[in-house]
Design a protein around this ligand. Structure first.
Ligand code: AMP
Length: 124
C-alpha cells in the first residue's frame, strides 16, 4: 500500500483548506458534489480518516468508521433521490491505483445517477 499523501486534495478539503459543496456530513464521513460531474447526480463519499483506497479502508478502518460510512451511503442515496424506493437507481464506483485510474489518493466512492449511466465499462 502506498503511503497516504496528507496533501491530496480531499485531505485539504477535510482540513477546510479548500471549499466543497457538502451534501452530508457525519462523525466519520463527508459527502460532497464532484467538481466535474459526469451525471446529473455525481457525489463523492469519503471517510474522514486517512485511507488510500477501498481495500485500505476495508482492511484497516475501525468498525465504527466503516459502519458510519456505509450508513451514510444509504442516507445519501435516499436524500439524492436515487435509491430504489424513491428513485431509479445509481452506480457506485471506486477507483484504486494505476489500473483503476485513481486521480485522488484518498478513498472515495462516486455515486452517479439522475440518468441511465450506461454500460459498466467501455470495451478495451
Ligand atoms: P478518481 O479518478 O476516482 O480519483 O476521481 C477523482 C474525482 O475527484 C474526479 O471525479 C474529480 O472531478 C473530483 N475532484 C477533484 N478535485 C475536486 C474538488 N476540489 N472538489 C470536488 N471534486 C473534485
Amino acid at each position: 500500500m502506498p503511503a497516504y499523501d496528507p496533501n491530496n486534495i480531499f485531505a485539504r478539503i477535510l482540513r477546510g483548506e479548500i471549499p466543497n459543496r457538502t451534501v452530508l456530513e457525519t462523525e466519520h464521513t463527508l459527502a460532497f458534489h464532484d467538481i466535474m460531474p459526469k451525471a446529473p447526480v455525481h457525489v463523492l463519499v469519503i471517510p474522514k480518516g486517512a485511507y488510500v483506497s477501498y481495500d485500505d479502508f476495508a482492511a484497516n478502518a475501525p468498525d465504527a468508521e466503516i459502519l458510519d460510512f456505509t450508513r451514510a451511503v444509504a442516507r445519501l442515496t435516499r436524500e439524492l433521490g436515487v435509491d430504489l424506493d424513491n428513485g431509479q437507481g445509481y452506480r457506485a464506483i471506486t477507483n484504486a491505483g494505476e489500473h483503476g485510474v485513481q486521480e485522488v489518493p484518498h478513498f472515495h466512492l462516486h455515486i452517479l445517477g439522475g440518468r441511465n449511466i450506461g454500460r459498466m465499462i467501455d470495451p478495451a
